[in-house]
Design a binder for this molecule. Structure first.
Ligand code: EPU
Length: 452
């Protein structure tokens, strides 16, 4: 038996009050990686103190970056003044998928980087072909030695015209970072338009980079000799904002979400307003009111790159749909393993049919019941928290390390809006979990077709 931390949640309460959103994990991670591009100090504010971010801070420290902090207020100073290690540790790189974004800055700075394949995870395969294709186009050589990629561009990277066959968020960010110090101009086509990409580009420009077109599918980067210092204030986490909004809606509560950027979530507001939930957008806050007595109307969801419906909100949105009256189809187009977790939601009483690994049909409204479940990844973990808050009785969520990877002090913030949630450390009991059976699509089809 191993020790794990668990959330014990008693559901059935209406929530109310105000919850504050933290800095965006998926923006902070990239700015920390990008600090390797500059020899000047970078100050990052409003860093979310979540597991993934803290591990990447440790990682850049191990590569030679002087790190001061992070302080409790989320301020950290990173200074990559001297020599930088160009070999990524195998253990860490395999554990933290996002470490792939470090390869661009290391290559741009050192003319060489070596790293293992970062590996898949429960949400899907997660290949890295677009990174390698981009490095080759920029004049680097890619070799595979002893299960590691060794990428070399000893004379430095040069600008290139690169088309992404799939829209990749970290692919766009990594090649954009590498191109800031390349000789000549790089054009990235079919680039990701996520706000985190634009936020990174704005900050790199503030440090002396010459990037234009970010926030559109075509990004142009004119290489410069060096980047200077600067201060980055981490943008609000739109996935956290969306998770809280779906939590308010699913529990038929009224919650004000503060310190957020409502304009980043239009696809979600469309879903909630269609359902009959009141969404009042204000400057840097949004009020969600689902306390009305009319049944909630379901709507089909198709996940899509920004500005479409975020795949990272798919799991919380499925829980919301279980509380709507009628059927809705959820089509996960980005990751092939990201609906596996719904098997455990069925164990909580949801009525969900899996048509194939990319599509489920959710029939509501369902009375959810507390169960012992295990969190397979960050977002499904958040979905289970929401389901537990809706459910009658007590739910134990195991493996909440996965939730801590993306949400800072979640239980403290939820208690303030009236949730009955506590964190305990205990022995890990064997939990029967369909989602822990990982990416086996045939399991999903044979074992989970029809109503459960
Ligand atoms: N893909 C390829 N080849 C590649 C790279 C990606 O085929 O070389 C495919 C992927 O398999 C996937 C699609 O492209 O089917 C899109 O993946 P993308 O590369 O955009 O995902 P990512 O950059 O690895 C980031 C976020 C994810 C988020 C996705 C999609 C970070 C650190 N991670 O991942 O966030 O789900 O974009 O928006 O920014 C999370 O926070 O929980 C999380 C998983």
């Amino acid at each position: 038996m191993t020790q794990d931390q668990q959330f014990i949640i008693r559901g059935g309460r209406i929530l109310s009050g105000t919850v504050r959103v933290g800095g965006a994990k998926n923006a902070a991670l990239k700015v920390i990686a990008a600090s390797l591009l500059s020899k000047e100090p970078w100050r990052i504010e409003r860093l979310p103190l979540v597991e993934d971010v803290l591990r990447v801070v440790e990682l850049v420290r191990s590569l030679g970056v002087a790190v001061s902090g992070p302080q409790v207020d989320g301020t950290v100073i990173l200074h990559a003044e001297g020599e930088v290690v160009s070999d990524l540790d195998t253990e860490i790189a395999k554990r933290i998928r996002a470490s792939i974004v470090l390869t661009g800055p290391i290559l741009a700075r050192q003319g060489r980087v070596s790293f293992p394949h970062p590996g898949g995870c429960v949400i899907g395969e997660r290949p890295i072909d677009v990174f390698l294709k981009g490095y080759r186009a920029m004049g680097a050589e890619v070799a595979e030695e002893n299960d590691r990629y060794v990428v070399t561009a000893l004379g430095g990277l040069r600008g290139a015209d690169i088309f992404f066959p799939v829209v990749s968020v970290t692919g766009t960010e990594t090649l954009m970072m590498a191109a800031t110090l390349a000789k000549g101009t790089t054009v990235l086509r079919n680039a990701a338009m996520e706000p985190e990409v634009a936020s990174l580009a704005d900050f790199l420009n503030a440090c002396g980079a010459r990037i234009s077109g970010h926030g559109t599918p075509t990004i142009r980067i004119e290489g410069v000799d060096a980047l200077g210092g600067g201060t980055y204030r981490t943008m609000p986490d739109r996935i956290e904002t969306g998770s809280f909004a779906l939590m308010a809606a699913a529990t038929r509560s009224k919650i004000a979400i503060e310190a957020c950027e409502p304009s980043h979530l239009d696809a979600l507001w469309d879903l909630l307003q269609y359902a009959g939930v009141l969404v009042e957008k204000r400057e840097q806050s949004v009020l969600i009111d689902a306390t009305g007595s009319a049944p909630l109307a379901p709507k089909n969801i198709t996940t899509h790159e920004y500005p479409g419906f975020a795949t990272d909100l798919q799991a919380p949105a499925v829980v919301f749909l279980t509380q709507c009256s009628g059927a809705a189809r959820v089509h996960e187009t980005i990751f092939e393993g990201r609906l596996q977790w719904t098997g455990d939601l069925v164990r909580m009483g949801a009525s969900i049919e899996m048509a194939d690994p990319h599509r489920v049909f959710v029939h509501g409204p369902a009375s959810l019941r507390g169960r012992s479940i295990k969190s397979p990844d960050i977002r499904a973990g958040m979905a289970f928290v929401i389901a537990a808050l809706v459910a009658e009785g007590e739910t134990t969520i195991h493996n909440i390390y996965q939730i801590d990877r993306g949400y800072e002090k979640l239980e403290e913030r939820l208690r303030r809006i009236g949730a009955d949630i506590r964190r305990v450390t205990g022995n890990q009991e064997p939990v029967i979990s369909t989602s822990s059976v990982a990416d086996d699509a045939s399991y999903a089809l044979s074992g989970r077709t029809g109503k459960f």
